[in-house]
Write a protein that binds this ligand. Structure first.
Ligand code: PMP
Length: 378
């Protein structure tokens, strides 16, 4: 079977697996003051350096979390709580209509503590509308949250431009970069973000770990989890050293082959689409085709119900019709809704992702299988 659902979760890099296996065999609490503890702490600090290097941060600015969901919650709830206790008058937050649910829900929660939340629209191409966003940002805006790349369409967002808008009124910028880090160059200084979320399992690392970048210049968010004061007081709980070691190794590998991976993924997607077109399969791209994560795309196949196709292909070519986070809610993509994709095309929408571990024959075989299934459906 060929797995083309890497935006849900990517396969584990063998290097990350090896790092974890070695770490599991050496128990130790990173906070313990003996050799085992020091060894675990060294693993965590090495990984912190690797994750920091991948995004152009300094080690002290990386807080390990259980994933991007937690990082998003920490940035949003944490910044709001810090503003309230710190005496800031700012009670306004802006997010976009295509954010991951962990950003949207975290923002909506703030309404209960007196915040107003505005949702910035996107264009039909799935890119945040900078004019509309600028019009929503106010003098009392505390935080703007815009993702680096969307998880359903793979469309990259103009983060540096958003940063300029947010910072012009003294607002903070949070960026959910779960899908972008490790796949395209992401540099916290170039993007000028204050907070940025990273997920390990989207970049060939293990599930259950991620990070929040907290700029040294930004106000400290109030932690969600309190207790032992780990992670510089921003995230209590014993650091899972083996998971973090796997994440750090995945970050190193991603950094060393970022361009190579991108070129490879792009070329496979190109071959796949070319092959589909030779099979007379008519597709429509949902999203700005010139600004996509390498190897990833959201397409609608003319006249083919995506849910049925994905079901037929479930054991041969694994694809998904949208975000795994919304699975069960059939055809309810808030992202495609926000892009004003029409009902027919929405039902035809598929998300496809080629990556590091696919080969050219995989791309050809996937196109062949898909083409055959489509012919059978017709
Ligand atoms: N944000 C985006 C854009 C995502 O794609 C995901 C994963 N679906 C998350 C956040 C959540 O990440 P995690 O699984 O690490 O909690």
């Amino acid at each position: 079977a060929i797995y083309l659902d890497g935006l849900s979760t990517a396969p584990l890099a063998p290097e990350a697996r090896a790092a974890m296996l070695a770490a599991w065999d050496q128990p130790g609490n990173p906070s313990s003051p003996h050799a085992a503890g020091e060894r675990a702490a060294a693993l965590v600090e090495t990984a912190r350096r690797s994750v920091a290097d991948l995004v152009g941060a300094s080690s002290a600015e990386i807080v390990f979390t259980s994933g991007a969901t937690e990082a998003n919650n920490l940035a949003i709830a944490g910044a709001a709580a810090a503003a309230i206790t710190g005496g800031s008058e700012r009670r306004h937050v802006v997010v976009t209509s295509i954010e991951h649910k962990s950003v949207l829900e975290a923002a909506w929660r703030l309404r209960a503590v007196g915040f107003t939340v505005d949702i910035a629209p996107v264009t039909k191409a799935g890119v945040v509308d900078l004019g509309e966003l600028a019009a929503l940002i106010r003098n009392d805006t505390l935080l703007v949250s815009v993702m680096a790349a969307n998880n359903e369409t793979a469309v990259l967002q103009p983060i540096a431009e958003v940063a300029a808008l947010a910072h012009a009124v003294g607002a903070l910028l949070h960026c959910d970069a779960a899908q972008a880090v490790g796949k395209v160059p992401v540099d916290v200084i170039d993007l000028d973000v204050d907070f940025m979320s990273v997920s390990s399992h989207k970049m060939y690392g293990p599930m259950g770990v991620g990070a929040l970048y907290v700029s040294a210049a930004a106000p400290r968010p109030t932690p969600l989890l309190v207790g032992g004061g780990q992670e510089n007081g921003l995230r209590a709980g014993t650091e899972p050293a083996p998971l973090i070691a796997g994440f750090g190794t995945a970050a190193e590998v991603a950094r060393s082959r970022l361009e190579k991976d991108a070129r490879h993924a792009k070329s496979l997607l190109g071959a796949f689409l070319q092959d589909l077109s030779e099979r007379q399969v008519k597709i429509h791209v949902n999203g700005n085709v010139s600004k996509l994560l390498p190897g990833a795309i959201n397409i609608s196949i003319d006249g083919i119900d995506a849910q049925s196709l994905a079901m037929i292909m479930a054991r041969t070519v694994m694809i998904s019709t949208g975000s795994a986070c919304n699975s069960g809610q059939i055809n309810s993509s808030h992202v495609l809704d926000a892009m004003d994709v029409d009902e027919k095309r929405k039902k035809e929408a598929l998300r496809i992702c080629f990556g590091r571990y696919h080969s050219d024959p995989d791309a050809r075989e996937a196109a062949r299988q898909l083409g055959d299934a489509i012919n059978r459906m017709r």
